[in-house]
Design a protein around this ligand. Structure first.
Ligand SMILES: Cc1cc2nc3c(=O)[nH]c(=O)nc-3n(C[C@H](O)[C@H](O)[C@H](O)COP(=O)(O)OP(=O)(O)OC[C@H]3O[C@@H](n4cnc5c(N)ncnc54)[C@H](O)[C@@H]3O)c2cc1C
Length: 896
């Protein structure tokens, strides 16, 4: 170990202590610490790594329990920064054992001569930022303190074992082991009575091997887990061939994927598959023995929709029941309390079959909690187990445990990290914390970390951090700190992302639920590895957005702001559209634009089934108008909603908002009749408005014929369709009917003025552009007619209109005129409810299968329509927001 240690006097000048001075101090010598050291050294920074253990390896140094292996295939779980390193190492198995992974990390350390800058057996105990010196001072439990400009915590997400929550461990006279701190010497279990407490990953890996040795094994389970057989063996030929054929492409795909492993995205949703087809897909995944495969490759809605997930979970449960002979034990081992994947599923070898062994007993702690650990064993509410050995496989204080164990970490102005994080971790990008200059965390809370192939995430983090430090040095900056605004924005984005997955529906170590007293919330970033990478890159491209940079001889730089203001799925959709580099739609001409929309819609995922779909035609003012009727599966008659599609009075037809109509039909339990009104430029103003009114009148007069409930109808529409719905209400009031019970206006056109701020703020980049709106207006309506309330309903008389639910989206040119209409209706005494959708764009609510974060908005719309119709609230079966539907392939395609 090279010593750059200098002697320093204390203030009174009497005592001397040594402080090691470096540019960058790294804590931890696992995957992350090793790569950091390699990169920092190459970049010319003086560096020291401090590591509590006596060698490199991190996770793979500490976790030596029987059966310890990785659960991401080893060809994916390794460093990729140096092709020669990749060529120099061969994995022997699909899932390498702990000793092999530890050998690999030792090999990496040797190859780049890393150990010479690592201080082993040195634990960092505290870290204090010195604002005057602009340096961190790290205190250690062994040798010199370290003064560094930058302090990087590569302390691991799963490196702080959770202490047992049970009284009396100290009284126990037998042997006690923790899977996360397993002894280096052989642990002899043969012939002994063993208790294993915990059935997470470590428990599930070790239990079958312990059962083979022990005379008796009692497994204490609180929460059953899903475990997939690993089918370990040689590296699978198909994956290896993919890698060998195009190593660069394979690695790149992993970097931009959702989980850090290059699998394609599923396009087919569960309801498009028969039972037999779903079972076939499931069996294939079962045989593949690959967690990322089974977590992502069955059907597109498996990880985002409770119903799609439940189908998979039930197939899994069948497997558990088939593997375990005793039905009571099988039932106790079967998870019901969380969606599949919301808690980390495990890979196993003979786990369930182990419970068929005569020497193994499952103790269900839900039925008989542990009361105490005694001198001779474990006492539950029902019985006593005398044992020789207790193995705690109780997991980790994940993600924050190792960071908070360095205590205190004191930032600018004496801020303590434990106080700042008292209600849960707050970070910007999972990398930095406001108030803590020059502190970085690798795979910290708020980054994809434990929801990803960590090797990929670690490389991305390390590269980003070291590149930033290098750029700062070149520009003369000495400090970097996240701003409060950027951090708050990241928290919002994290919360938005967590609505996209089912993780929030389970109590797990991802949410801090396994540690008593820990603040609860989804800690890892759930938006995916690829999207996260693109966000980190965007921060740099936008001039270090959200960071304050300062240096001794350069002007302070602070480009403050939120990096993602869009909803995460909206961002992906817009990125996907941007990558298509489409010319402006209006440049296709009106017929070309119609063809484009038809083609675009044809590529959409199939909407969910409804009870019945009927196509028909009705008499319009100037010939027949076609319609499509969506009937709920529930017994009728149902109230009828007359629906007008979007498309700027120029594009679309009665089928073009099909997913929206299906979704709303299901959610409201009402008939939706989507009307094919005439389009411009063939039929200009007021054709669409008059058609809308005539169709509503006809439908209201033929409710019985359509199978609907007699009485008032409701109207709804999106965009130009919202305009027609609003106009229809005014015409119906003025022309003696029909009676309309309520109006749903989704991002409606309400006025011909283009000078409201949203027209400028969102002029381009959000699909519906200002110039497209100009084009629609020009095709539909001459300037002289534009103030007519039949096209600018905001200019009409508003009193006496039916109650309205008005939806506007933040990133929509039409936002302000929608809000203005809602305000004007309210002023005119019309009951109005409003949804101002943060982070959404004009098409958010109609892109049913792609913008999952729009689900809760449609739930509110459906509730409003039911209220208007005098129906009781729909029974939704729980958290409606989790019923999001998604073709997640679209998201990943956008991500990639
Ligand atoms: C049993 C097990 C299996 C896993 N399998 C996989 C897998 O298959 N795929 C996957 O992607 N991930 C897996 N993981 C996650 C795994 O933690 C990461 O893949 C990766 O090894 C993390 O590397 P790291 O360097 O970030 O942290 P770690 O490997 O945890 O290293 C952190 C190091 O920091 C040291 N340290 C912490 N605090 C201090 C301090 N205050 N002072 C000094 N030193 C300190 C620790 O001693 C440790 O050596 C697994 C985790 C476990 C526990």
């Amino acid at each position: 170990m090279q010593d750059a240690v200098v002697a320093v006097s204390t203030l009174d000048g009497t005592r001397k202590e040594t402080v090691q001075q470096v540019d960058v101090a790294v804590v931890g010598a696992g995957f992350a610490g090793l790569y950091l050291l390699y990169r920092l050294r190459k970049a010319g920074f003086t560096t020291v790594t401090l590591e509590e253990a006596d060698d490199v390896g991190g996770t793979w140094y500490w976790n030596r329990y029987p059966g310890a292996r990785c659960d991401i295939q080893t060809i994916d779980y390794g460093f990729t920064f140096d092709p020669e390193l990749e060529g120099a190492w061969r994995w022997s198995e699909k899932y390498a054992t702990q000793p092999e992974i530890l050998r690999y990390l030792g090999f990496v350390a040797d190859r780049y001569d890393l150990r010479r800058d690592i201080r082993f057996r040195t634990k960092v105990t505290a870290a204090i930022w010195d604002q005057a010196k602009q340096r961190w001072l790290l205190t250690t439990d062994n040798g010199a303190s370290v003064s560094c400009r930058h302090y990087i915590m590569a302390t691991g997400c799963l490196s702080s074992p959770k202490p047992p929550e049970i009284d009396g461990v100290k009284n126990f006279k037998g042997e006690v082991y923790f899977t996360g701190r397993w002894p280096h010497e052989e642990v002899k279990l043969a012939g002994k009575r063993v208790a294993v407490i915990g059935t997470g990953s470590s428990g599930i890996q070790s239990i079958p091997l312990i059962a083979e040795q022990a005379a008796e094994l009692a497994v204490f389970q609180r929460t059953p887990n899903f475990a997939l057989p690993a089918h370990n063996g040689p590296v699978p030929g198909d994956r290896k061939a993919l890698l060998d054929n195009d190593r660069t492409g394979y690695r790149e795909q992993a970097r931009w994927s959702l989980a850090g492993v290059p699998y394609p995205q599923q396009t087919v949703v569960s309801w498009q598959l028969s039972d037999a087809e779903r079972r076939e897909r499931f069996e294939k995944a079962w045989d593949a023995g690959d967690l990322v495969y089974i977590l992502t490759q069955l059907w597109a809605d498996q990880a985002v929709d409770v119903d799609g997930n439940a189908l998979l979970a039930e197939l899994f449960r069948d497997k558990i029941r088939a593997a375990v002979k005793d039905p009571e034990t099988a039932e106790a081992l079967t998870p019901y309390d969380h969606p599949f994947g919301a808690k980390r599923p495990c890979l196993d070898t003979n786990y369930y079959a182990t419970f068929n062994r005569p020497n193994v007993t499952l103790v269900n702690l839900r039925q008989e909690p542990i009361e105490a650990i005694t001198t001779s064993g474990i006492k539950t509410g029902k019985r006593t187990f005398d044992v020789d050995v207790i193995v705690f496989a109780t997991g980790f204080d994940a993600m924050t445990g190792a960071i908070m164990a360095v205590h205190p970490i004191t930032g600018r102005g004496g801020k303590s990290l434990s106080e700042v994080w008292a209600n849960g971790p707050q970070t910007y990008l999972g990398l930095t914390v406001a108030g803590f200059p020059n502190l970085f965390m690798i795979t910290g809370p708020g980054s994809p970390s434990v929801l990803s192939n960590m090797a990929v995430s670690i490389e991305q983090h390390v590269d980003w951090v070291v590149d930033r430090l290098t750029a700062m040095r070149e520009a003369g900056f000495a400090t970097i700190e996240a701003t409060e605004a950027a951090q708050a924005g990241w928290a919002r984005h994290m919360a938005d992302c967590s609505m996209l997955t089912l993780h929030r529906l389970a109590n797990t170590w991802y949410t801090g639920a396994n540690v008593p007293g820990k603040a609860q919330g989804v800690m890892p970033y759930t938006g995916g590895v690829g999207p996260y990478r693109s966000i980190c890159n965007e921060v740099v491209d936008r001039g270090m957005l959200g960071f304050m940079l300062s240096g001794p001889s350069v002007a302070e730089q602070c480009n403050d702001g939120e990096i993602v203001r869009l909803q995460p799925d909206v961002r992906l959709v817009l990125n996907m559209l941007a990558e298509m580099k489409l010319p402006p739609i209006e440049s296709f001409g009106f017929q070309g634009a119609r063809d484009f929309v038809a083609q675009f819609n044809a590529s959409r995922p199939a909407g969910r089934p409804v009870g019945e779909i009927v196509d028909g035609s009705l008499p319009g003012p100037d010939g027949a108008l076609s319609y499509r009727l969506y009937r709920p599966a529930t017994p009728g008659p149902h109230p009828i909603v007359v629906y007008f599609h979007g498309g700027g009075w120029v594009l679309g037809d009665e089928q073009s908002d099909d997913p929206f109509c299906r979704d709303m039909c299901r959610r409201t339990g009402m008939i939706f009749v989507s009307v094919g009104y005439r389009h411009a430029p063939e039929y200009r103003f007021p054709a669409a408005a008059e058609d809308g009114y005539a169709a509503t009148r006809w439908i209201a007069e033929h409710t019985a014929e359509l199978g609907g409930q007699p009485g008032p109808v409701l109207v709804a529409g999106w965009s130009a369709g919202g305009n027609i719905a609003a106009v229809t209400c005014q015409l119906a009031r003025d022309r003696g009917g029909p009676k309309i019970a309520g109006q749903l206006l989704v991002c409606p056109v309400t006025d011909c003025r283009f000078d409201r701020p949203s027209y400028n703020d969102n002029a381009a980049g959000y699909f519906l552009t200002r110039s497209l709106m100009y084009w629609f207006w020009d095709l539909y309506c001459s300037p002289a007619d534009r103030t007519d309330p039949r096209v600018s309903p905001l200019r009409g008389k508003l009193a006496g209109l039916p109650p309205a639910f008005v939806v506007t989206c933040e990133f929509d040119p039409l936002r302000d005129e929608g809000n203005a209409y809602a305000e004007a209706l309210t002023a005119a005494g019309v009951p109005v409810e409003q949804l101002q959708a943060r982070g959404h764009f004009h098409s958010s609510f109609t892109m049913v299968d792609m913008v999952i974060t729009s689900v809760s908005g449609r739930v509110q719309m459906a509730e409003a329509l039911r209220r208007f119709a005098g129906l009781p609230p729909q029974a939704t079966g729980g958290d409606e927001a989790r019923r999001g539907q998604l073709a997640s392939h679209k998201l990943a395609a956008a991500a990639g």
